[in-house]
Ligand binder design. Structure first.
Ligand code: NAD
Length: 454
């Protein structure tokens, strides 16, 4: 039985049966049959259905945000922003998918032509994380459906009610029930899903689970995409106005209680602006309102998973034991509610867990550096490679530094940002494959090479 908790009250809000292995096998067979018919529909029909879905997200934003807040504790305003932001992402896919599906002629000579056509992958699994269930879900199921795939969608066990709401709206819009199939349960259910003869798995979650997915998927040689965690660094150069940069980075570190894959997780500050930056950063963090996530003025809500409180505690204790100083916060708050105080640590080093392991919570380490070279060395000292950022008045300087850091996204004077027009991808332990952008549409297609003579 899946017990769904409200992370603010600590109460169980719903209990649900999880899918059993026979039910998962049946869901797969159903999707296999449904996909053939779905792929045979004209694109305009699929496009129209997804447009209706997109509009229904907008129309139901209040109710959907309430559900999301109740099961994962995301402050209501941020939940609404996520849902409306998802509409913009869907707009991108609606505008761009038709041209990606068109046959392309790449060569012609006398009677001979070479062309590329595109087929859907077939039946794909979408195994999703809970922290931005609308974003990370729709990055996969929207282009997958538009390109003619069937989707077995397993929402995170911490965002199941949102998964159900998404399915309801897709069905109401006209997606057949055998084309988008919901699979409910924990990691064990996800593992069972991977035992089906899938054509692809699109996973968003932690590095540890991503490895397991890759190993399981390899047994059937299916296409695999993994969007995993990060330990995203930002370097603040000596030529910036410290106050505005501090405000921007505090938001990048603490939005969604730091539970963002591209949250700022490490900050390096040039010695010349270090004191001014630190003072402004601490000031901003002290101003963050923590509390009831249903209250629209709340900025920091509870953590979604109670287990993460101990991870943060361990990181803070380890840092302090090795000489770090807590400037703000540092403790979990007595329950009910999975609250951890927004925490700023100074005097940190790369010997500490907080600068090496993903925190995925409202804790940030800030380290003083003596120049670009040291900053670069520290930024590169990680196995992750999701995003990296530099704040500088000199754009050339920022871009030069970022070219030396192996990350899927590079931020110049900004952070914690995702655009539907740009590829979203991780390097190293941050993942394999791309969502969003035209690459994120192609990801759901198989090219066929046509050699035509005569
Ligand atoms: P998780 O790895 O615990 O779970 C992710 C999903 O995998 C869930 O649906 C879970 O039920 C399922 N799962 C667990 N074990 C499985 C198994 N053995 N086989 C198949 N499925 C299994 O991650 P999470 O806690 O949901 O999400 C947090 C992580 O996701 C963080 O590391 C974060 O950085 C990362 N994330 C990355 C991105 C990105 O775009 N790169 C976006 C959001 C979150």
């Amino acid at each position: 039985m899946l017990k769904i908790h409200n992370p603010f009250t600590g109460k169980i809000i719903r209990e649900m049966e999880m899918d059993t292995p026979p039910a998962i096998a049946a869901a797969y067979e159903k999707a296999r049959r449904g996909q053939r018919q779905w792929a045979a529909t004209v694109f305009k029909e699929r496009e129209q259905i997804i447009r209706v879905f997109r509009n229904s997200l907008e129309q139901n934003v209040e109710q959907l945000a309430r559900t999301l807040t109740s099961e994962m504790g995301k402050p209501k305003q941020q939940a609404k922003d996520e849902i409306l932001g998802t509409c913009q992402r869907i707009d991108f896919f609606l505008e761009q998918t038709a041209s990606e599906l068109k046959m392309k002629e790449v060569y012609r000579k006398a009677q001979a032509t070479e062309r590329i056509s595109y087929d859907p992958l077939g039946v794909v699994a979408n195994i999703s994380a809970w922290n931005y269930p609308y974003f990370v879900g729709s990055n996969v199921f929207v282009p997958a459906l538009l390109t003619g795939n069937a989707v077995l969608y397993k929402p995170s066990e911490f965002a199941t009610l949102t998964g159900l709401a998404i399915a309801d709206l897709l069905y109401a819009a006209g997606v057949p029930q055998d084309v988008f199939v919901l699979v409910i349960g924990t990691g064990a259910v996800g593992a069972e899903l991977l035992r089906q003869r899938l054509d692809g798995v699109f996973f968003t979650g932690s590095y540890a689970t991503g490895r397991k997915i890759a190993i399981e998927a390899a047994k059937h040689l299916m296409k695999i995409q993994l969007e995993l965690g990060g330990k995203d660094p930002t370097y603040v150069c000596d030529d910036v106005e410290a106050k505005s940069v501090a405000a921007s980075l505090a938001d990048g570190a603490f939005y969604n209680a730091g539970q963002s894959c591209c949250a700022v997780e490490r900050i390096y500050v040039h010695a010349k602006v270090y004191d001014a930056f630190l003072a402004a950063f601490v000031d901003t963090v002290r101003g963050f309102r923590m509390g009831d996530p249903c209250d629209e003025s709340t900025y920091i809500g509870p953590l979604t998973r109670a287990a993460q409180l101990s991870v943060l505690e361990e990181q803070v204790n380890d840092a302090v034991a090795q000489g770090a100083e807590i400037l703000v916060g540092g403790r979990r708050v007595d329950g009910p509610g999975n609250f951890f105080e927004p925490t700023v640590l100074a005097g940190v080093s790369h010997k500490m867990l907080v600068m090496r392991e993903e925190s995925f919570g409202p804790v940030i380490g800030i380290q003083k550096v003596d120049g670009d070279e040291q900053a670069l060395e520290l930024m590169r000292d990680t196995k992750f490679g999701l995003t990296a950022g530099v704040y500088s008045a000199d754009r050339e300087r920022a871009e030069r530094i970022l070219r030396e850091v192996d990350s899927g996204s590079a931020y110049v004077n900004c952070c914690d940002r995702v655009s539907p027009r740009l590829p979203w991808s991780g390097r190293g332990n941050s993942g394999i494959g791309v969502t969003l952008s035209l690459h994120g549409i192609q990801a759901f297609l198989k090219p066929r090479a046509w050699h035509v003579e005569g």
